[in-house]
Design a protein around this ligand. Structure first.
Ligand SMILES: NC(=O)c1ccc[n+]([C@@H]2O[C@H](COP(=O)([O-])OP(=O)(O)OC[C@H]3O[C@@H](n4cnc5c(N)ncnc54)[C@H](O)[C@@H]3O)[C@@H](O)[C@H]2O)c1
Length: 393
């Protein structure tokens, strides 16, 4: 095979990444798409290619012999169904995060991947951002010593817009928003420390969104639209204060990782600004990122070595492409995986572990903060994971 022919399931917001796969003269091309919404399919055709095959039944897409691989960009609660069906149809799979909305769903996908002998890749694009690659390189260099503590603060500005005005707002669709945004962050904590979480305790609540508005209320039809602070008149327009909303908008987790590393993660969906602030503290120093100003700071403590003579500030360069240049890279890595058997930076098992932690933390929150041990799964091959590498374009 010299060109990977890709079909897309789910042509909503995330389907904008398909443009990085659509290179009719190159080594990958988008040849079809499935979505239950004709409007979404029409928009996708206009963006990619008017002549591609489209259908409202994803099974028709899977039957096609001119499709080698499928990109699953559908809502979270459908990943398991779509991934298992695609593997059973003999397709290679790229699946957006979270892998599924339960650890059992993830295990089913991994079982099916092993049975099928096909390639499967999880869309952890944060691993492909130069900031997190650089942080990984710094930690692996040993300059801050052995990691003992990790503190992560996640300010999800625009949280209401992206997570409370559509399907994301209910536990039936997502389990909780700790599987949404946090599945990336829990994964980055695992990846950068080289250790999976073993137990978690968490507190959280629905402190701002949700309420008693009817479930079928849309902002453009609402009598409060001129005064509501969270009115949304374009794209995602369901009321953010509707009754069915039951996923926490304010979460705090503390975790213990393999090797006794302590980690915390805080996520708030009603902050005015958007940013992720990570601190890793090691036995010789600490590392902190500043994604507002595109900098990483390394501070070393008194260690009797040359390292203590200076602190270092890294200035991140701007990379072309969405998500800080991560999306074109992760798309290319999926093609490289299938065509050239090149191991990507992620594994399905890493996808499974971030879901397992997100689900355990949700259980803890909803039962008053009890300590929940993380089910380590039956697929954990070893702790020396292949994905622990620095990205080589
Ligand atoms: N890695 C990232 O940076 C990133 C960013 C955004 C979204 N995502 C992930 O991508 C996925 C999609 O998110 P989104 O924001 O595009 O959502 P979306 O709601 O905009 O799009 C989902 C699409 O799936 C379609 N769909 C629903 N049921 C379907 C079915 N049975 N068959 C086929 N299509 C169906 C919907 O009509 C919609 O067009 C989510 O899992 C999300 O977590 C990842």
């Amino acid at each position: 095979m010299t060109q990977l022919r890709i079909g897309v399931i789910g042509t909503g917001l995330r389907s904008s990444i398909a443009r990085y796969w659509h290179n009719p003269e190159g080594n990958s091309v988008v040849v079809g798409a499935a979505d239950v919404s004709l409007k979404a399919l029409e928009k996708f055709k206009n963006e990619i290619d008017k002549d591609i095959f489209v259908t409202t039944d994803y099974k028709e897409l899977l039957e096609r012999e001119d499709i080698d691989a499928v990109a699953i960009l559908s809502p979270d609660y459908l990943h398991e169904e779509h991934a298992v069906a695609a593997l059973q149809a003999g397709k290679h799979v790229y699946c957006e995060k979270p892998l599924a909305i339960t650890p059992e769903g993830c295990d089913r996908i991994i079982d099916e991947t092993e049975k099928s002998g096909k390639h499967f890749m999880i869309g952890f694009n944060m691993r492909y951002m130069s900031m997190y690659q650089t942080m990984k390189e710094i930690i692996d260099s040993g300059v801050i010593g052995d990691i003992k503590a990790v503190w992560v603060r996640h300010f999800v500005g625009l949280g209401g817009y992206y997570y409370y005005h559509d399907w994301h707002g209910t536990a039936a669709n997502t389990t909780s928003l700790l599987l949404q945004k946090a599945s990336h962050d829990i994964d980055v904590i695992h990846w950068l420390t080289g250790s999976y979480a073993t137990k978690v305790s968490a507190f959280g609540g629905l402190d701002y969104y949700g309420g008693n508005q009817p479930n079928d209320l849309y902002c453009p039809d609402c009598e409060l639209k001129d005064t509501c602070p969270d009115v949304s008149l374009q794209k995602l327009t369901q009321c953010a204060f509707r009754e069915e909303i039951d996923v926490e908008d304010n979460n705090m987790l503390i975790m213990e990782l393999e090797g006794g590393i302590k980690a915390s993660y805080m996520q708030c969906h009603f902050t005015p600004d958007y940013s992720r602030n990570y601190t890793f503290i090691g036995t010789k120093g600490r590392l902190e990122n500043d994604d507002v100003n595109d900098k990483i700071y390394v501070k070393t403590r008194k260690s009797g070595s040359w390292h203590e003579m200076s602190d270092i500030t890294y200035e991140m360069k701007k990379m072309p492409g969405t998500h800080g240049g991560a999306d074109p890279r992760i798309c290319q890595d999926f093609v490289n995986l299938v065509l050239y058997n090149k191991q990507p930076l992620t594994t399905p098992f890493a996808g499974r572990m971030s879901v397992a932690v997100g689900c355990a933390a949700t259980e803890s929150i909803r039962s008053g903060g009890k300590v929940v041990h993380i089910d380590q799964g039956r697929h954990n091959p070893s702790l020396s994971r292949k994905e622990d590498t620095i990205y080589q374009p």
